[in-house]
Design a protein around this ligand. Structure first.
Ligand SMILES: Cc1cc2nc3c(=O)[nH]c(=O)nc-3n(C[C@H](O)[C@H](O)[C@H](O)COP(=O)(O)OP(=O)(O)OC[C@H]3O[C@@H](n4cnc5c(N)ncnc54)[C@H](O)[C@@H]3O)c2cc1C
Length: 279
């Protein structure tokens, strides 16, 4: 159904990413609606929509990403002492498409398990801040704040259009080129150059950043950088898998291929297939 709505909006809407179709619940008896969908009634009311009288504007949305940091069923990653739990992980419990409500279940089960983990003594002492020096970044941040916000919105739009519900090689390749261009432009900013130099220096823990606006801007910068990295990983993985399976639908490879019953494993810049998975 999502694919049908997506394709319809691509053909008919001037801005498909912001467009919607109508969901008409009126053929369903009002009593049934009240009994089955009390939350939907509330949400619609909050947005000024009376679903007993009029259709509801709807559009598909991503609400989970399969895949993530490789972790085993004890939440261990491939980096010693680093654990990962929840939507950020790829433990294999969801297969190629997460079934409804299994995500929160996963968070509870793996979270509870990690809470009783016996942690060994930390081998490195915490970084000392006794020689703190203040870093003044306002002059580097102000000129690029609007640009960073634009990029953030654009990357979301690009990902929805090219790696959301329907994917195909040419579109994915164009999106990869675009994301790599943004990564390059972001890295070339004087702010990025300064921060990268600090991050690579041995005295990186001695720097201190003050001012809530500066801290927020740095958080935005870090998130944008991470979003672009994740976008590149998703796009390249979608281009790598030349079949359709679960939540991954390729309009140019619409059929599930048994040879692809594997995980995509990415290490540094290398994409590989895992050993075949059992049914
Ligand atoms: C609209 C919608 C409906 C859904 N419905 C269901 C459902 O019905 N059933 C179900 O099982 N699942 C559902 N899901 C999926 C489920 O909600 C998520 O998979 C789950 O909440 C993920 O939990 P998490 O703790 O792994 O990640 P999150 O809840 O995303 O938590 C990650 C936290 O880390 C914080 N964070 C991020 N970066 C940093 C950083 N650099 N430093 C510090 N903190 C940081 C974030 O602010 C966030 O609080 C739904 C998702 C959406 C979007």
């Amino acid at each position: 159904m999502s694919r049908a709505i997506f394709n319809h909006l691509q053909k008919t809407a001037s801005d498909p990413a912001a467009a919607h179709v109508w969901l008409d619940l009126r053929p369903i008896p009002p009593e049934t609606i009240r009994h089955r969908f009390p939350n939907i009634i509330q949400v619609c009311r909050r947005w000024g929509v009376d679903l007993f009288q009029e259709p509801i504007p709807v559009a598909p949305a991503a609400h989970y990403w399969m895949g993530g940091i490789t972790a085993d069923t004890l939440s261990r990653t491939t980096i010693s002492s680093l654990y990962a739990v929840g939507e950020t992980t790829s433990t294999g419990v969801h297969g190629a498409n997460r079934l409804a409500s299994n995500s929160l279940l996963e968070c509870l089960v793996f979270g509870a398990q990690l809470a009783v983990l016996e942690v060994s003594q930390a081998s490195e002492p915490p970084p000392s801040r006794s020689m703190a020096r203040t870093l003044e970044l306002t002059a580097l941040i102000s000129p690029i704040q609007a640009q960073m916000q634009d990029w953030r919105q654009e990357v979301a739009r690009l990902m929805w259009q090219s790696a959301g519900i329907c994917r195909e090689q040419e579109v994915l390749e164009q999106a990869i080129t675009q994301v790599e261009m943004w990564q390059h432009d972001l890295a070339a900013l004087p702010l990025s150059q300064t921060l990268m130099q600090i991050m690579q220096s041995t005295d990186r823990y001695s720097w201190q950043i003050t001012g809530s606006e500066t801290v927020q801007a740095l958080r935005d910068w870090g998130e944008l950088r991470n979003l672009l990295d994740i976008a590149a990983l998703i796009l390249k993985s979608a281009a790598f898998r030349t079949e359709s399976r679960g939540g991954h639908y390729r309009s140019d490879f619409p059929v599930t291929d048994p040879n692809w019953q594997v995980h995509t494993v990415i290490e540094a810049q290398t994409w590989q297939r895992s050993a075949p998975l059992l049914d």
